[in-house]
Design a protein around this ligand. Sequence first.
Ligand SMILES: [Zn+2]
Ligand SMILES: [Zn+2]
Length: 337
Amino acid sequence: MIEPVDSLEITVVVDNVTDSLSSTPKLVETEFAGAWRRGMKWLGGKCLCCAAHGLSCLITVRTGGASHSLLFDTGPDEWVFERNVVRLSLDLGQVGAMMLSHGHWDHAGAMPRALQLITLTNGGKSVPTYMHPDMFSPRAIVPPDGRLMPMEDIPSEQVLAGNGAQLVITRDEQSVLSGSFYISGEIARVTPFERGLPGQHRLNEDGKWELDELLMDERFVAVHIANKGLFVFTACSHAGLINVLTHGKQSLPRHTDLWRARWFSPGWPNRNHHTRYHRSAGQIQSGGDRRRALHRLEGDRRAGDAIWKSSCAFSGWKTFPAVKCTFRRNQLRTLPG
Ligand SMILES: [Zn+2]
Ligand SMILES: [Zn+2]
């Protein structure tokens, strides 16, 4: 289904938080180190990226002399996206495809500007852009106090196509960029405790708001590094981490012993969902191989601790905005923590 690659490089373009003080393993280039390599002469705010609620990652794989790049979400806002792209000196002309993980504004807000920046630097070629048909319904959150809080719509098909997207709107799994990336189909929901986004509604065709908590438009991306296993990109993972990894195991049975799967999800774990993630940690603990895996989970120490203690079969990876991580086939299987 997908081709193994030699290396995987993840550049976090936009993330919820910024952190230039925590220590990082060698395979991570911090924001300061990257800025220095690109010519920064003194530390100063004008050289630095901005954090914003949401996510955008530029994912590049290399095999032999060939490389492919996929833009996974764009964050909430065009200004933040463009500011960070400039600060990171990213060559968006290399982006061969774009994908939206699910239909939420904090991942989709900068898609039109991203398409403009890509097509300005790739000679005007249209950009295969992978979407799910249910993403385009207007959405709202109804918190426990009963207010209906509408969300900003994601950019329409017309806006995306008008800015250079070659839309692929489907519920089905896809193998893209010469088979080096896997984009899942709809993620089967098999656990009782992963229930999506409580209180989410969508506007149906009759103009009425209806419950839409499962977010069936969410999909994940996977990359297979040779001799290392699958890396799974789950974004906010409203589908639930266990559902995502279970679906990955069933969809790509020939590609991995799933104990080697690593998830990469800057938005995870989320402070608002302690219970769910603690249960997820328990589920991981009870599942199969107990090989020690290392975790780097920031943002929610308690959930991170629970998973750390589980000696689980999976490892998580959490990093900060505006950093670059490179994983290679010849690195040790166990990632540094
Ligand atoms: Zn979301
Ligand atoms: Zn989100």
